[in-house]
Design a protein around this ligand. Structure first.
Ligand code: 13P
Length: 247
């Protein structure tokens, strides 16, 4: 199974649902539809209406984050995995570099993953190195540390997906070389096999993915799908990524 996950970040108002309706129409008729899952993560404000609308449809709705406390708490502006589940959300991103840079530590992320899984959400756990770490050739160590500090054997790996998003690539138009990317995905899968003692969860790539470069990425068969930022805000661009992947 491949995954095409759109991360809207701070984008979208109620009528933006039309973008997702067009994506859903394409996916539900696509001859390759059984080979992949299409998921989009709109902001919190839209989750309930969108989840209700797409409940019985092909497209699935996820959240961009969740708070590290269960059920209800006195943390202003926080939304717990329990609250997300209550409005029909199926997936949540955890550990996006935007949130790591705003203070999400490994300990916080560990709690988020645990609570999201407890509330039956599927977790898309994001990892990635920054420009300096890449330059200093510490990428492999960084990624391994990000994985081992948060994920552990007792977690349900069937509900975990890992997204590799090099920070320097996000929104920059820059992508890793195929050689580097293939080696990195293999390194991540090997690290995950060590944590979970057997099979690795799916590993996605994210960072400036578009309808053109997806043709390069598809040659790297170890990549199980994509986490797509900018291009997911346009139905045409998102659909082009799926179309070109299977062309
Ligand atoms: P871009 O596709 O805009 O580079 O964003 C990637 C990303 O951060 C998805 O989570």
């Amino acid at each position: 199974m491949k995954y095409f996950i759109g991360n809207w970040k701070m984008f979208g108002i109620p009528k933006s649902i039309n973008i997702l309706k067009r994506i859903n129409t394409f996916c539900s008729k696509d001859k390759n539809r059984n080979k992949y899952k299409a998921i989009v993560t709109p902001p919190y404000t839209l989750l309930e209406t969108y989840s209700n609308y797409f409940k019985t449809k092909h497209l699935t709705i996820g959240s961009q984050n969740c708070y590290q406390k269960d059920k209800f708490s006195s943390n202003t502006a926080a939304v717990s995995p329990y609250m997300l589940k209550s409005v029909g959300v199926k997936y949540t991103l955890i550990g996006h570099s935007d949130n790591r840079s705003e203070g999400d530590t490994d300990d916080i992320l560990k709690e988020k993953v645990k609570l999201a899984l407890k509330n039956n959400l599927k977790v898309v756990f994001c990892i990635g190195e920054n420009k300096t770490q890449k330059k200093n050739k510490t990428t492999f160590n960084i990624l391994k540390r990000q994985l081992t500090k948060v994920l552990e054997k007792k977690l349900n790996k069937n509900n975990i997906i890992v997204a590799y998003e090099p920070i320097w690539s996000i929104g920059s138009g820059k992508i890793p070389s195929s050689d580097d990317l293939e080696k990195t995905i293999i390194h991540i899968k090997n690290s995950l096999k060590k944590i979970f003692r057997k099979k690795s969860p799916a590993v996605l790539y994210g960072g400036s993915v578009d309808g053109n470069n997806v043709k390069i990425f598809k040659k790297i068969t170890q990549i199980d799908g994509f986490l797509i930022g900018g291009a997911s805000k346009s139905s045409k661009k998102f659909i082009d990524i799926i179309k070109n992947y299977y062309r």
